[in-house]
Design a protein around this ligand. Sequence first.
Ligand code: SF4
Length: 280
Amino acid sequence: MTSARCEVCPHACRLVPGSLGACRARGNVNGRVLPLAYGRLTSIAIDPVEKKPLALWKPGSTILSVGGYGCNLRCPWCQNASISQVGESEVAWRSVLPEELALLAAQAHESDARMVGVAYTYNEPLVCWEYVRDAALFVREAGLANALVSAGCVNRKVAEEVAPLLDAANIDLKSIRAGTYASLGGDLRATQRTIEILACEPGCHLEVTTLVVPGVNDTPEEMEELSLWLASVDPSIVLHVSRFFPAWRKTDVGPTPVATVYALAEVARSNLRHVFTGNC
Ligand code: SF4
């Protein structure tokens, strides 16, 4: 049997034919790793861009938001575990090819000009980055915009392939500690590199979200370090400091105190120009 290694993210899953990667979106078919979740959408909705969240990109507009299934991280507090932590047989999906998605977006734009494009979101879009790439090309051809909402934990090639097709992105920066990332099944350096690549992409407006989880990343020292690193990339990057609510496997602590979120946002404001609080 020919095993093959997936090169999309730092997990570098080595897969034997018929097996799935840790993300459950990719698998080995006849010796090749393929994006099995390509075009399989579990969620499709028109959302305000502020909900992505994108605070300083086309405010007041809406966006056709689509997600599939699968994720390469295992954050215990995932709000979307019902689609991110499952495979194809555990969730309802329908196939929407890139051309069809662009057509849906164009129709939505025709009936409401405030609807500006497509957001790839809800689960981790980049485990099926080929779909993002292909759909984004059609969406752009239709004169509409592409936005990515992602944890950004992918290898350089994937980030570089997708970046030029994006008009906006919100990337999670879950912590500035490598150990915290490792405990979530992620990789800090890969995430930082994706942020750096998107920050250098002239056509892409970049925002970053940090969910403040009690006992995980809620100290002023960590927020100081995180915001200083972001400022070293570009002090005009927008940061959302967001409030945690218990979800999925993280129910042993209550929501982050609002006062903590506000205090950490103040810390971040000493290093960054645009800091917003979320879920407060
Ligand atoms: S994208 Fe999925 S299959 Fe590929 S290395 Fe990452 S977790 Fe493994």
